[in-house]
Design a binder for this molecule. Structure first.
Ligand code: SAM
Length: 292
């Protein structure tokens, strides 16, 4: 089987199929076999694993996944790539290609149908334009995903990994860290792709927590407090949260919070009333949320 992970094999394949890169689909194909091997290693794939790959492109990463995993479900939105994948993956009987938009796939159902509801891994060189909805959609789907190892824009990896205090820390850091432990596996140069992206890239592994690390009572309330806290970063937390309304889980009840209530809660937590949202840890947000 000819591997596609070189510039010449990729160029030859797209020429043969008369394929045109679609910018709107974030198509930057990997052309470096060493990077692919490192991604497979970081994802710790074994023959026991069922892997979902998002956006197989011409099948470059899929070949490596198929050789390591028991089963690979590759979800590709671009119908022009389906005939290419049919040929480049013809040697692998353990790969199923699904021509669909990943944001419209019922991941829980897919995991149930393809792996009898057992834990699945997600591995991908993601289309960067929808990185956040993909990652949050996977976590919020309640599908049994054990870990996610993906190539993302470097700036996004830094934001996911960030802790309190820095400029990268925000809603994305807290939302992802609520569900998983992030680890930056490596940074990847634009030279490793065809065509070369204009931004740097990083591979990040998100290992799902067996249960969320904090008790927030209501996830919906926790995330709305966090979103409101970072809405205007330069304001103090008390000013950001003052007069915000939060939906209480499921019941459609709206909770309006006053500045004084936030200050009282911060006092109980022995935190200055002039603190900014970016200084609080996930745990502190959970405590604050329970006090409000
Ligand atoms: N995995 C290939 C590789 O590494 O060479 C291609 C990665 S490329 C960065 C992103 C891939 O995601 C493209 O094949 C693109 O067509 C596909 N894609 C874009 N949007 C998608 C979506 N909503 N659902 C599924 N696939 C999508």
């Amino acid at each position: 089987m000819a591997y596609l992970a070189t510039p010449s094999a990729t160029a030859e394949t797209i020429r043969r199929f008369d394929f045109n890169f679609q910018k709107k689909y974030g198509q930057n194909f990997l052309v470096d076999g060493n990077i692919l091997k490192k991604i497979i290693d970081a994802a710790e794939i074994t023959r026991e694993d069922c892997v979902i790959e998002i956006g197989p492109g011409i099948g470059t990463m899929t070949q490596y996944l198929a050789e390591a995993a028991g089963k690979v479900i590759a979800v590709e939105v671009d119908k022009n790539l389906i005939p290419v994948l049919k040929e480049t993956l013809s040697a692998y009987s353990n790969v199923k290609v699904v021509n669909q938009d990943i944001l419209k796939v019922d991941i829980s159902r897919l995991a149930e149908e393809e792996n009898s509801g057992r834990p699945i891994k997600v591995v991908a060189n993601l289309p960067y334009y929808i990185t956040t909805p993909i990652i949050m959609g996977l976590f919020e789907s309640c599908a049994p995903i054990s870990d996610i190892t993906v190539m993302v824009q470097k700036e996004v990896a830094d934001r996911i990994k960030a802790g309190p205090g820095g400029k990268d820390y925000g809603v994305l850091s807290l939302a992802v860290q609520y569900y998983a432990e992030p680890e930056i596996v490596m940074n990847v140069s634009p030279e490793c792709f065809m065509p070369k992206p204009k931004v740097g890239s990083s591979v990040i592994r998100l290992t799902r927590h067996p249960k969320p690390p904090v008790e927030a009572g209501s996830e919906e309330k926790l995330f709305s407090v966090i979103r409101a806290a970072f809405n205007q970063r330069r304001k103090t937390l008390a000013n950001s949260l003052a007069n915000s309304t939060f939906l209480l889980d499921g019941e459609g009840v709206q909770l309006k919070i006053t500045r004084q209530q936030v200050c009282d809660a911060l006092e109980k937590m022995e935190i200055s009333p002039t603190v900014r949202g970016e200084a609080l840890t996930l745990e502190e947000f959970a405590v604050l949320c329970n006090l409000l």
